[in-house]
Each structure stands twice: as C-alpha cells, then as structure tokens.
Design a protein around this ligand. Sequence first.
Ligand code: AMP
Ligand code: MG
Length: 472
Amino acid sequence: MTLSIPFDNSYARLPPAFFSTQPPSPVTAPRLIAFNADLARLMGIEPGEVGEMAQVFAGNRLPEGATPISQLYSGHQFGQYNPQLGDGRAVLLGETVGIDGVRRDIQLKGSGRTAYSRGGDGRAWLGPVLREYVVSEAMHALGVPTTRALAAVETGEPVYREGAMPGAVLTRVAASHLRVGTFQIFAARGDTNNLKRLTDYAIARHYPDADGPMGLLAAVRDAQARLIARWMCVGFIHGVMNTDNSSISGETIDYGPCAFLDIYDPAAVFSSIDRTGRYAYSNQPDIAVWNLAQLATALIQQYDDREAMVEEATGIVHAMPDLIRQHWLAGFGAKIGLSDARTEDVALIGDLLMRMTGNQADFTNTFRALGNGSARDQFTDPAAFDAWEANWQDRLTTESDPQAVMRAANPAFIPRNHRIEQMIAAAVEGDYAPFKRLNAVLSRPYEEQPDAADLARPPMPDEVVAATFCGT
Ligand code: AMP
Ligand code: MG
C-alpha cells in the first residue's frame, strides 16, 4: 500500500504575497504515533505503510501533489497589533476535496523554521501535539466546529523548552487556515488588491452565497456566533483568542493553552500568559465580537468610500452579541431539557449557573446528572439545587421528552485537563495507552461508558491543573 493524497491545491495559486514556499525540514527518526483513518477516508486519502506515513507526516518526504507553503498573516495578540506573524512552525502541504465534497487543508505543525519563525525553532514538543490531537478530535465528537487531527509523529529529536522534550509533528486538517489576521495584514499594508483577492477567495471557499465583503463579514459573524455558543455549552476555554487564532470558517483553531471547566466558574482562566483574564470563560462572547470588529475594520479598507461603509459594518458587528445570546439560549435550554427555550428561560438557566458557582458544582457532571435525578449531589449545599429544581420541574411540564433533549446536549465525557496532563506524562515515558484510551472514549462523549467512569470523574485536589501553557 502506498499513501495517496488526492491534492487539489488552491491557496498556492494565490499571488506570492500570500505565502512563502517552504518545504518542511527533515527530522532524524520519525515514528508514527497516530493516524486518523476515519478522517483520512473522509478526505479521500489512501493510507500507506506505517513507515511511509511516518516519513510523510514528519515532513521527511513530500507526498506527490503537495505544494508546501507557509502562510502569511498578522493579528492582534492580547489586544496589541503585531504587524507580522505568519506560520512560524507550520507548512501547508495542500488541500483535498473529500468524499463529502468539502475542501480541507492539510498542514504540518512543528515541521521546522520558516520565513515567519522570528526567534522560534519552528518545532513542537510531544505534549502540545498530543493535547491538540485529543482535544480537537474530542471537540469534533462533541459537535463543536473545529480543526482536526490526521496524524501525529514523534521526530526522534529533542526540542528544548523548560528542558529537552521529545519533538513531534501534528498533521492538522482545517476547512481552511484563513484567519481574521490574514485580512488584517493586507489591510494594514494598504494592499487593496490582495485584500480584494483574499475576500473573493474566502467567499468562494466558505460562503459562496455571501454578497461582497459585507456579506462575508455577516457570514463570518454567524459562524463565529454559533461557535462561541458551542464553546460555552461544553465549558471550553480557548485561552488565546487572538485575531490570528480566529478562523474565518468558524472552526475552533489553535489548541494552545485551552482548557475545560471542571467546577463551574465563569471567571475561569487557565492560560499562564493571560494575566488580566482577557480570555476568561465568560469573556469569550465579548472577545468574539471584538475580533469581528477587527475583521470589519480590515474588510472596509477595500472600499473607495470607507466612511459610507462604516455604518453598514457597524450594524453587522453590533448584531453579533444578540446572535450569540440566541445560540447560547438554545444550547443551554437544551442542557436543561428545553427543546424551545425562550427569552424568559434565561433567568432559570442563569439561576442554576449562579447556584453552581457558589457550590463547587462540576459543570459537565451537573448537567449530565440533571437527566438522571442525581444533580443535587453535585452541590456542596444540595438545598441550593432543590430550590431551583421546583421551578425547573414546573417549566418542564410542557416538554414531551426532556430526558432525550438533555442526553443529546450534555456530554458524559470531556477532555478533562488533568487527564490530558496525565496522558502527556505517560506518553513522554513511552506509554501511549492513555492517549489511545482517551481518543476512544472521547469519540463517543454522549454515550454512557461504564468502563470509563474514571474519565468522567473531576480531578482530585492533587490532580487539579492550575495553569496551562502555550506549548510553543
Ligand atoms: P500561537 O500563539 O501558537 O498562535 O503562535 C503565535 C505566533 O508564533 C505564530 O506566528 C506562530 O507561528 C509563532 N510560533 C509559535 N511557536 C513557534 C515556534 N516554536 N517557532 C516559530 N514560530 C512559532
Ligand atoms: Mg496561532
């Protein structure tokens, strides 16, 4: 068997200003540690021998049809504009159009230095590669739009971070790697031609029904609003919602210091570099709006009469908070068993969340337990739940099958932070069993899996992950 990837590359046909040609840098001793056969099938990829796939997904051998490039972009990092970022450790091999008709990027992440590496080594260590593999695939199974993981390899080379760590490369798959920051760089440079070119490309690739730059802005708004509400519903904290990590397709991208809520705390922040809590759990909707405003600012630069466009763009951006609220209400409504949540239900949901905050209630397990009558056990003061439950039961009387609604909305399993850390620690010692088990269990997060009860358990006090790191 020979690995065969039916490349059909469109980004590499854009003007040279969009990227730099960049073959991946070879590594000493690549070893395949994961290959996502289901995703490969969807993408029309024929798997090859393990040794061959290790060579290709480590970047040692270019598969036929690949046009390796690193993409240029800029972006706001923690609110500060950085005029040039770009793929500092990633190479886009190309795209395939899958058996579902969807075009997807295939990108090696951790494949060596590029024109945009600045001071970085262009590499990744095993920890963040496995973290992104597990968490992105779990997000997909949870029903959250996301980039995915096609493969992971160990490079056989050390990467120097706090000490020498095993190097690794992730093969990331995305609807595209277009970011808000991709638009920002051309806008900031006053390069109107390429800004228009990019706008046309994004519309053709993601939103063919969108009418011009403002149509694109509205389409991105809708996709991002849906995405952020999904994050809130599963207790996901992205951790670094910079505009270069904000995808035009509306997928979750860049699993750096991300984390999931254990006990419900709206102010939760895990990222060690997020000192002001800019990207705290409950700030994510506001930040998504802020990021869309940066996209609006960039898109406007292609109009001759910019002043006139400001009003239209402002209207599009200002509609976003309400859209997020609507998706949030539908999502959290379902989490308490409501198939048709209405504005009046916001108070009921908010009351539960408030009671959870004061009671050390585990976010995932409390909602899951609503369906089986054991939710009060999640509260340090169960009476706090009882007071809410009476109102809830009243509201449920008009619902035909709230249990089914809740089962489909409340996962039993999420990639808990402590399990991710434990999985990484084991893999560094050469034990991949926890990695494989996490992937298997998290591929069916809404199903009861009695054998995996340990993976549904919140962390013991000594297991709690206090901070996450970018992992660069
Ligand atoms: P991130 O915070 O992962 O979104 O990365 C921000 C920027 O830093 C991007 O331009 C990355 O490509 C770049 N970067 C991150 N890690 C490395 C690295 N190890 N070597 C070179 N560039 C990097
Ligand atoms: Mg990034």
